[in-house]
Design a protein around this ligand. Structure first.
Ligand SMILES: [Zn+2]
Length: 173
């Protein structure tokens, strides 16, 4: 999260530093590596270009627009997770996990709450990674999402997330 000189939070800063965006990407990689280690058969292989920032000009990215999206999983191989610059700059995400009984449509904005900071990226990665080998936001995806998200929450609460030294993040995220 960014703050101005008076300590007020700056929401989406289009000029968020490259370092900050890179740190966001590092956190996403770290989450992916931790989940891959715990659930090796449920997640695609994580390569250096598996998680990318959306850029229309990037030839690896075929989607023409990512407006209004936080991130998306590519069904085509190689499977990737693409996050928008806005998401990486803000680290603000409306949670999918708003309703334990899943009584609402998951996109019902009225029942979603906002997550901030590292936790927002963590939840988003659990959501996107759960799309691997599942269909839409149906039962299989829900089970996987909850499994991944719960595991990562416990990593956070226990402090293991910050101690873990992975290829992606080391001690700094
Ligand atoms: Zn989704």
């Amino acid at each position: 999260m960014n703050f101005d000189k008076s300590g007020n939070r700056i929401c989406f800063d289009r000029n968020a530093s490259k370092d900050y965006i890179q740190e966001s990407l590092d956190i996403c990689f770290k989450v992916a590596h931790i989940l891959k280690e715990e659930f090796p058969n449920e997640i695609m292989k994580i390569n250096d270009d598996t998680i990318l920032m959306y850029d229309k000009k990037d030839r690896r990215i075929k989607k023409k627009s990512a407006n209004r999206l936080y991130a998306y999983y590519t069904n085509a191989t190689p499977h990737r997770i693409i996050l928008t610059k806005k998401t990486l700059s803000e680290r603000l995400v409306a949670s999918t996990d708003h309703d334990v009984k899943w009584e609402h449509d998951i996109w019902d904005q009225s029942s979603r709450y906002t997550l901030e900071g590292n936790h927002a990226l963590l939840e988003l990665m659990a959501h996107e990674l759960a799309h691997h080998q599942t269909s839409g936001h149906k039962a299989g995806w829900k089970i996987k999402y909850k499994r991944f998200y719960r595991f990562m929450i416990n990593q956070m609460i226990s402090g293991k997330f910050y101690k873990a030294s992975t290829e992606a993040g080391g001690e700094s995220v």
